[in-house]
Design a protein around this ligand. Structure first.
Ligand code: MV4
Length: 504
């Protein structure tokens, strides 16, 4: 029986895990770096241990420090969250040696999926469609050129240890191939310490669609439908939704089964995600498998009513899956927006600093997975994502309407955020119609970055002006004279709208 879980992570995902653990009556241990002493997960966990200085390389990524914290607090399990040590084979192995339950798959599954060439080979054997390409490392110019000729241009050169777009090159013609292979190899060597690369046919304007998987230790594996993740910028997802606008029940069954086969081929245990590229003819190809809980997992939870973190914990504790594939039915539509402290008008640079004031949206169908609070200083050392805004509604149209409403309600001052950028996406025709692919952001970037009068006003100025309005509205002369008289207030609201100060 798992009685105490150490959470080897920070931020919103640490909060997310603490919440499910508490509902299950399981004690939690937070770990934190010196920059995270005042972080919310530290105060919400039952115990907290400092594991080093601010840089993740000296704290959240130090296996020995995390293991020491487990021993010190007698935690019997570790939840790695996402990022950091979540897909680290060495860490999973070490947990096993130390008799600490790693809430995730076995080290061998992490290893097989971490190496893209091995993963591709495994998928081919399991009958899962992969992008046409090579199965071996490219060592000579001659071999590379022959293979590329067979596949046909354009070609993608990819690093076997890569993922998420690192060490990737697009090649349009024969004469640029070897140069691109060499460039990809050197980038891969410096990023991953491994210069193994392979070739894939380039899929034009693909959709990125992923399937959530749950597998227990008894060989029961189910899929929890898809998430459409094509709205991304530089391989960072911005908005995810489920169901995917292009999905059909038949395609869902087929891709879901392919995802199950992918998971089974590596004896996968726990929650995992199988990523596919889908082309405009609805051909689908295995891309990679993420052997962890993902940032966007809440949209799946919202349409299925399943707590994925609880499922992970129960599976790690040796329980059988209680959900049957036939009972997995999506209800309604869910969308997630990632809220980041960043300056969209300055190349999306992070905007760390003190949150002066935050008002999170509330009301029907809303979930906010966040970790920041009034007065909190967002550290410079970590990711700029401060919150996830997740909504569900009866259908896609209502979901977009609800997302617009909650983006309107969300107020953050003190740091720059991408809230205005997200609001604009909700009005783009291609988004509203659901006709978009992975090129959506680059296609609409100019429109999305166009400033309106309202967005030009700095948040600082807005706070001052708002305070002034409050003062004016409450002056005796402007008070409503009778109970139904709102003219004075409305006059000031009108003035605010004209000046672009009030976001109405
Ligand atoms: C591709 C591709 C087209 N053809 N592979 C980008 C991240 C990495 N995981 C794989 N990626 C891609 N691989 C072939 N053969 C296009 C992309 C790609 C992409 C994939 C998913 C989500 C967003 C993307 C944005 C640009 C390119």
């Amino acid at each position: 029986m798992i009685k105490k879980i150490l959470i080897a992570n920070r931020g919103e995902i640490a909060m997310r895990i603490i919440r499910s653990a508490r509902e299950m009556g399981i004690k939690t241990v937070a770990v934190f770096s010196e920059a995270d002493r005042t972080s919310k997960h530290v105060s919400f966990a039952d115990e907290a241990v400092c594991i080093g200085p601010a840089p993740s390389k000296e704290s959240y990524l130090v296996i020995d420090n995390v293991i020491d914290a487990c021993k010190q607090t007698k935690a019997d399990a570790v939840h790695p969250g996402y990022g950091f040590l979540s897909e680290n084979e060495t860490f999973a192995k070490r947990c096993k040696q130390e008799k600490i339950i790693f809430i995730g798959p076995k080290p061998d599954a992490i290893k097989k999926m971490g190496d893209k060439i091995t993963a591709r080979k495994t998928m081919i054997e399991a009958g899962v469609p992969v992008v046409p390409g090579t199965k071996e490392n490219l060592t000579t110019r001659k071999k590379a050129e022959e293979a590329a000729k067979k596949i046909g241009y354009p070609i993608m050169v990819k690093a076997s240890s890569g993922g998420g777009g690192k060490g990737m090159r697009l090649v349009n013609s024969h004469k640029n191939l070897w140069e691109a292979v060499k460039a990809a190899k050197s980038e891969a060597l410096s990023s991953f310490g491994d210069d193994t690369v392979y070739l894939e046919k380039y899929i034009k304007s693909p959709h990125h669609i992923e399937f959530q998987i749950l597998a227990d230790k008894f060989g029961n594996t189910i899929h929890l439908c898809e998430r459409e993740c094509s709205i991304q910028r530089r391989h960072q997802k911005i908005i995810e939704e489920t169901p995917s606008p292009l999905m059909t029940p038949e395609l869902r069954d087929e891709m879901g089964q392919a995802a199950i086969n992918a998971a089974k081929s590596v004896k996968y245990v726990g929650a995992g995600t199988v990523e596919f590229l889908v082309d405009n003819k609805l051909n689908y190809y295995f891309l990679e498998m993420n052997t962890r809980l993902q940032v966007e997992h809440p949209i799946t939870e919202k349409v299925l009513g399943i707590d994925l973190v609880k499922e992970q914990i129960k599976i790690a504790d040796g329980k059988k899956l209680t959900h049957k594939q036939s009972n997995i039915v999506q209800r309604g539509h869910a969308i997630e927006c990632r809220i980041c402290a960043e300056d969209t008008h300055n190349n999306f640079m992070p905007s760390p600093g003190v949150i002066k004031h935050i008002t999170e949206p509330k009301g029907i169908g809303v979930r906010v997975d966040s970790y920041v609070y009034d007065g909190y200083e967002i550290p410079v050392h970590y990711d700029s994502m401060i919150s996830k805004l997740i909504i569900r509604a009866a259908n896609r149209k209502y979901a977009i309407e609800r997302m617009k409403r909650v983006l309107y309600e969300y107020r953050i001052s003190g740091v720059k955020t991408n809230l205005g950028f997200l609001q604009k996406i909700m009005d783009i025709k291609d988004f509203v119609s659901g006709k978009y692919d992975t090129h959506f952001i680059e296609k609409h970037l100019n429109t999305l970055l166009k400033t309106t009068r309202a967005t030009k006003v700095l948040t600082e100025d807005m706070a001052i002006i708002a305070a002034y309005f409050d003062y004016i509205i409450n002056l005796e002369e402007n008070k409503p004279k009778t109970s139904g008289d709102t003219r004075a207030i409305n006059r000031w609201k009108e003035f605010g709208k004209r000046k672009g100060v009030l976001r109405i």
